[in-house]
Design a protein around this ligand. Structure first.
Ligand SMILES: Nc1ncnc2c1ncn2[C@@H]1O[C@H](COP(=O)(O)OP(=O)(O)O)[C@@H](O)[C@H]1O
Ligand SMILES: [Mg+2]
Length: 607
């Protein structure tokens, strides 16, 4: 193959792949509001027939005027009916334009709403692992931004359809008068067609190429005006640096844009001359046919108008198409985000979680490495959590305690080995069912900027109105004392984001979070250092209460304070991804291993 062929092939493939966003975007638009889309299409169809109807009625009027003048006849009544018809068609055109604007903005709102909801739903389905991947996180952020405000795209899509139908009807009417005319028209229009489509694709391909740079520009612009960055930008004197970088990048984009616009100016100018030649050749042909008596003056008017409008519509189709394609380009991240699939899912014939749990949870030869990191955090770990047992898990920071919690709650699947519940792999159970049986408060639990009641109710959101159960849970976690001090009590808005919000201390937030775990009617309670922000005495109180309340229940808790740890039935020490020691407080002290050493160290610091 010659070089030219290859280039052509490559350019063509590039063009086609550039358009790949369009079908999925159309599908999203359709799903946002099938009724509005259908209605819009119907009105577009009527509106697209308006130009030809208007031309045709004008032709009839002109023909009958010519008739009156040439034959000196009285004015026939039907002339006024024709004028009335033309008036109505013109009015209808205006009204339709307004209705279509209305439908477009309606659809744009529906689209924004639909996409935002889909983004939230889809984000909730994806693996937790995904959130720890910066690439994914970036994509999610951009998808969020892209979800909104695509009115321009919706309008252009509608216009595209309308322009296409108008062109088809006008061309059909031209053929009806004379196939030769269409040939001439095509000869005139093809250059414009080729030119417009060529530049539309070039423009799109350019924007496709520029997307990374445009993203950087967005980032710099946001950074330059952000609250979070303001302190550092000022103190480090970064403003000039950022502005210069922005200027350099935007200059680069600008130059590419100008270069393309210049080419388009030259080529477009030339092609439009060719196009005009085609149009005037057709015009000359129509005039000749009229003068020789083959066409009426009304038909001359009709054809001149139809040819002009058809060729300008064809040009518009291509500029609209490139506009739509360009808008669709912005949705690349959104579409990529929707294409991501979760790996942690329920099987189709998943088991119900056992109720009550008979034997408990077992880690069998579990090894685990975080994705993108080959280091094994857990190495061939074996460990059982029996029913009715309260186990304290201890170990230095970074030993994998939280990782164990994430595996037991199936936020992650083990890299090797199995986590079993009553002897069956967790992967066999329905996820939703499994999650229902577990109440977890993580180290980095959420502080919801909602009311105090809602902050507890999220533990069992179906019961958001069950104020008595909520109060009982708050009592168990000692959060009731915190809530009693709030001006709005249970209905007090928390956090600083919203009006009248009251912020709490770290320890107070923790007590609220703990109430969630109590509210949840779960068979396993997991507390991952949930009391780190409490002072030693408050933590002791909280856990004393916890021990009382969970007597005979299955619980796993992680804490660094030995006063708390001692309350457990069994203590498990995690070191180097494996269980180093396992037993009651007394047993481990007697063993004289790392637990005894750590205990001695902490006890010494209190002396
Ligand atoms: N999302 C993650 N991606 C990669 N490594 C992680 C991730 N989370 C934790 N780790 C690493 O895994 C190890 C265990 O972490 P973690 O279970 O949180 O420890 P602990 O709760 O005992 O302090 C640490 O070395 C930590 O750096
Ligand atoms: Mg941890």
């Amino acid at each position: 193959m010659t070089q030219g062929h290859k280039d052509f092939g490559k350019a063509w493939r590039e063009r086609m792949s550039a358009l790949r966003n369009l079908p999925p975007v159309l599908a999203i638009v359709w799903r946002s509001g099938p009724a509005v889309v259908t209605l819009g299409l119907v009105f577009r169809l009527i509106a697209s027939l308006q130009p030809i109807a208007l031309l045709y009625v004008s032709k009839l009027i002109i023909d009958s005027i010519v008739n009156i003048l040439s034959r000196h006849q009285p004015i026939p009544a039907h002339l006024w009916w024709l004028v009335a018809a033309e008036f109505l068609i013109a009015v209808l055109g205006n009204v339709l334009t307004r209705i279509l604007d209305y439908l477009d903005s309606l659809l744009a709102d529906k689209y924004t709403r639909h996409v935002s909801i889909q983004v939230m739903k889809h984000a909730a389905e994806l693996d937790l692992i995904a959130y720890e991947d910066p690439v994914f996180y970036d994509r999610l952020e951009r998808a969020r931004v892209q979800a909104t405000d695509r009115l321009a795209m919706i309008q252009m899509l509608g216009r595209l359809i309308q322009q296409t139908i108008t062109t088809i009807t006008l061309s059909a009417s031209i053929i009806y008068f004379s196939p030769w005319l269409l040939l001439l028209l095509i000869a005139g229009v093809i250059p414009a067609f080729v030119g417009e489509s060529h530049f539309a694709f070039l423009g799109y391909a350019k924007n496709f190429r520029q997307t990374p740079v445009r993203r950087q520009l967005d980032y710099l612009r946001v950074l330059g005006g952000s609250k979070e960055a303001a302190k550092e930008l000022k103190l480090f004197g970064l403003s000039k640096f950022l502005t210069e970088r922005f200027t350099r990048l935007s200059d680069q984009v600008y130059e590419e844009n100008v270069a393309l616009s210049r080419r388009k100016l030259v080529a477009g100018g030339f092609l439009s001359i060719v196009g005009s030649l085609g149009y005037y050749a057709a015009y000359v042909y129509v005039i000749w046919r009229t003068v020789t008596g083959a066409l009426t003056i009304g038909s001359l008017y009709f054809l001149a108008g139809a040819i002009l409008q058809a060729s300008s519509n064809i040009q518009q189709i291509f500029s609209t198409l490139s506009g739509v394609a360009d808008q669709a380009l912005f949705l690349t991240d959104l579409l990529a985000f929707f294409e991501m699939r979760p790996t942690i899912r329920s099987k189709t014939d998943a088991l119900r979680a056992p109720r009550p749990i008979m034997r408990g949870f077992e880690f069998r030869n579990v090894s685990f490495a975080y994705p993108g990191n080959s280091r094994l955090v857990l190495k061939n770990l074996n460990f059982t959590l029996h029913t009715g047992e309260r186990v304290a898990l201890i170990g230095e920071n970074g030993q994998g305690k939280t990782t164990i919690v994430k595996l037991i709650t199936r936020l992650y699947d083990p890299t090797e080995g199995q986590v079993l519940l009553d002897g069956i792999d967790l992967r066999e159970y329905s996820l939703e069912d499994l999650y229902r049986e577990i109440g977890v408060i993580f180290q980095d639990f959420m502080r919801y900027e909602m009311t105090a009641r809602e902050n507890v109710a999220v533990g069992r959101i179906e019961e958001i109105e069950a104020i008595q159960e909520i109060a009982a849970a708050a009592h168990k976690s000692l959060a009731d004392e915190v809530i009693a001090r709030l001006p709005g009590k249970y209905e007090q808005m928390l956090g600083r984001r919203f009006e009248n919000g009251v912020d709490l201390s770290g320890g107070e937030w923790q007590k609220l979070a703990l109430a969630r775990a109590y509210l949840r009617d779960a068979q396993l309670l997991v507390l991952d250092e949930p009391t780190a922000a409490l002072d030693a005495r408050s933590e002791y109180e909280v856990f004393e209460r916890f021990a009382e309340l969970t007597g005979g229940k299955m619980a796993l808790f992680i804490s660094h304070r030995f006063s708390t740890v001692r309350m457990a039935d069994r203590i498990v020490v995690l070191a180097d991804g494996q269980i180093a020691e396992d037993g009651s407080h007394e047993q481990l002290i007697a063993l004289g291993g790392s637990y005894a050493a750590m205990f001695e160290m902490q006890a010494a610091s209190y002396r």
